[in-house]
Design a protein around this ligand. Structure first.
Ligand code: ADP
Length: 347
């Protein structure tokens, strides 16, 4: 009998949505016996202006079909939606956010980010990395966290994503969510939302520094990250021959833009020279000499330091251990730069 009643009620249409009340889910309860039919309709919105009309229509239909039975249609309102507890801002316990940027890809921005993170950790700071380089997320590989699948956990009714934790550094990477084979077009479209989620849903916990590995160049992704995260300072990485090109200038300008106003902590010159193992006193300035220092002076940006081409840096990154964890000379190099950054942002 209940099924028959349902079919009848499906003839009643809500004038506003043009959908019948059964498929709209408004029929909450049907109690039917030989003597009595009681139907409860529960409307989606409070004080639905069509409630009375629909109740009458339903009663009329049922009474016409079951003239011997006492028919009543009750109307109730939807229970108020449970108030979602607001998720506490997961970035609230991050003391400083440092963005690492570059004009072009391949200059060593991710390598510098990873090694600076290690140097800061070595100084006893609590460090996290947000790898936002949608075109080449390389932090998982550098920290041996490839294949990590971030867990989702619920706490006090809110969802959080758990970052990878390797070598005492908390790591969240867009690389955990995209495959290298995904089309670039897809990445661009999805990235902004994914990054927002990664920023605000990652259970960062308390950190002294969050380093953000930005995509190379300047673009919408940068603006979106700048809008979501309060960045305290930007570090720009360049190779000697790339430093004068327009991309680096654009990078500096992006942070200095009057709507952005992020202090540029300075420029790091990567791959500054090469020293062969058998000639340890020789420095070969393969890509030119002193370019970044000159450029920094010209545009009023500090020069933070230089890093030579070192085999252990490359090999370490490939093996899931940043060079600064393997080679004391490399660590010293990055530590000098890290110290300068700390002096600038921790006052
Ligand atoms: P980006 O993030 O700017 O695209 P990466 O950090 O991925 O660049 O570096 C590009 C390549 O250069 C990597 O293979 C990395 O191991 C290597 N590399 C970066 N810096 C150095 C360095 N100082 N010495 C040796 N190899 C380096």
């Amino acid at each position: 009998m209940e099924e028959k009643i349902k079919r009848l009620l499906a003839g009643v249409v809500h004038p506003e949505t043009d959908r019948d009340i059964v498929s709209s889910g408004f029929v909450d309860k049907i109690a039917a016996s030989e003597e009595r039919i009681a139907v409860t309709l529960r409307f989606a919105k409070a004080r639905d202006p069509f409630a009375a009309k629909i109740k009458n229509q339903a009663e009329k239909l049922l009474r016409a079909r079951y003239p011997q039975v006492a028919v009543t249609v009750y109307v109730t309102e939807a229970a108020p939606k449970p108030v979602q507890p607001a998720r506490p801002d997961t970035t609230r316990d991050i003391a400083r956010v440092i963005a690492v940027a570059s004009g072009k890809g391949g200059v060593g921005k991710s390598t510098v980010t990873a090694n600076l993170a290690v140097s800061l950790r070595n100084r006893g700071f609590r460090v996290g990395i947000l790898d936002a380089d949608i075109y080449g997320p390389s932090q998982p590989k550098m920290f041996g966290a490839e294949g990590y699948v971030p867990d989702a956990v619920q706490e006090d009714g809110a969802d959080y994503i758990v970052p990878a934790e390797t070598q005492d550094i908390r790591l969240m990477s867009i690389g955990f969510f995209i495959r290298p084979t995904d089309a670039l077009l897809w990445r661009g479209a999805m990235a902004t939302n994914a990054l927002k989620q990664m920023i605000h849903q990652t259970r960062w916990g308390a950190l002294d520094f969050l380093l953000v590995d930005l995509p190379p160049g300047t673009g919408d992704i940068h603006l979106s990250i700048i809008g979501e995260l309060k960045i305290d300072a930007a570090v720009i990485v360049s190779t000697p021959q790339q430093v004068a090109v327009a991309d680096v200038v654009r990078g500096v300008e992006m942070f200095r833009n009057e709507n952005v106003r992020i202090p540029v902590a300075g420029i790091v010159e990567n791959m500054a020279w090469f020293t062969p193992a058998e000639l340890p006193d020789n420095r070969y300035y393969i890509f030119g000499r002193g370019g970044a220092r000159r450029y920094a002076e010209q545009c009023g940006v500090d020069f933070l330091g230089e890093i030579p081409i070192v085999q252990s840096i490359m090999e370490g990154s490939d093996a899931g251990r940043p060079g600064a964890t393997l080679d004391p000379a490399v660590e010293r190099c990055y530590r000098e730069i890290a110290d300068k950054i700390v002096d600038k942002v921790v006052r």
